[in-house]
Design a protein around this ligand. Structure first.
Ligand code: PEP
Ligand code: MG
Length: 319
């Protein structure tokens, strides 16, 4: 099956009835890009830029960041690269970015909140991305957004840096990984270029179960109907504003989730590089109307177990 999937790696992500579904890869460093492309990635839907910042004594400067982002875009050979702004915080500490100990790091200074609290770090990264974006297909994505004000604050900084450099501001999107962002997706989508759902964090915040706490993490399932209803709401919010919605969390790599996500309106899936070929082959076997019927059905399910049984029966029935 894997050989058959790899044989199709060069094809476009598209359902059997022709709906375009971009199949991208999540990358964590330069070396991930070439294998992802070999697996059929049509771009990168999430570059976790933390890789440049962690395990070192000082922050990477603007030149180092610009060179890395440019090299990764070049390794994608013209395919789009979505660069996520630094997603660091109490749970992923860096020695040169001191954050006071927090009782609740998941609800503390994290993601975009760190950037807004440390404008020097945010501006340096934005300038590096803007420089790397010239002549390349680069987009910017903000992690851990909960409120429209945070998006506006980011846009003001990004706009100012772009003007100062004399370069066009690339598309700027928002990660939907808090319940607030999902509920307010229409308002966020009205003011940004795209939404990308981070199902790992969205699941932990929706279920109030810490993804890093071994006592509860094993019980986390992104196919919980509570999460799926928020994903559906996010897709409606994006569609109402004519903006595309993707998924870059773990659900995009889960074959049982793929028909559901497509049925709910997701049009870009950014998966783990090793899963890209299989996910694309699966997408190409699916029919949009059938996925939409499944999507409507799982929104009425009572538990993640019920959702998984419905999805397994759907995929089994297709084979
Ligand atoms: C997510 O939360 O789903 C996500 C993609 O971000 P990370 O896993 O890096 O927190
Ligand atoms: Mg996240």
């Amino acid at each position: 099956r894997r050989a058959a999937a790899l044989a199709m790696a060069g094809e476009e992500g598209r359902t059997s009835d022709g709906t375009r579904i971009e199949v991208f890869a999540n990358l964590g460093k330069l070396g991930d890009a070439a294998p992802a492309v070999a697996n059929g990635a049509e771009g990168c839907g999430l570059l976790r830029t933390e890789f440049l910042f962690l395990d070192r004594q000082s922050a990477p400067d603007e030149d180092e960041q610009a060179a890395q982002y440019g090299a990764i875009a070049d390794a994608l050979e013209g395919r789009p690269l979505i660069i996520r702004l630094l997603d660091i915080g109490g749970d992923k500490p860096a020695p040169y970015l001191p954050i006071a100990p927090e009782e609740n790091p998941a609800m503390g200074l994290r993601g975009l909140r760190v950037g807004l609290a440390r404008p020097d770090v945010l501006s340096t990264q934005l300038r590096a991305i803007l420089r790397a974006s010239v002549g390349r297909k680069v987009k910017i994505m903000a992690p851990m957004v909960a409120r429209v004000e945070e998006l506006r604050a980011l846009q003001a900084v990004a706009q100012a840096e772009a003007e100062a450099l004399g370069v066009a501001l690339p598309d700027l999107g928002v990660m939907v990984e808090t319940p607030a962002a999902a509920v307010m997706a229409d308002a966020l989508a009205a003011e940004c270029a795209f939404l990308s759902i981070g199902t790992n964090d969205l699941t932990q915040y929706t279920l109030a179960m810490d993804r890093g706490n071994p006592a509860v993490a094993a019980g986390l399932d992104g196919l919980d109907p509570a999460v799926l209803r928020l994903i559906a709401q996010t897709c409606r919010g994006g569609a109402a504003q004519g903006k595309w919605v993707g998924v870059c969390g773990g659900l995009a790599s889960d074959p049982l989730a793929v028909p559901i996500l497509i049925g709910l309106g997701v049009r870009e899936l950014s998966a783990a590089p090793a899963m890209v070929a299989e996910i694309k082959a699966l997408v190409r076997s699916l029919n949009l109307a059938d996925c939409e019927a499944l999507g409507a059905q799982v929104l009425q399910a009572a538990s993640a177990g019920d959702v998984r049984r419905l999805a397994a029966a759907f995929i089994g029935g297709q084979a």
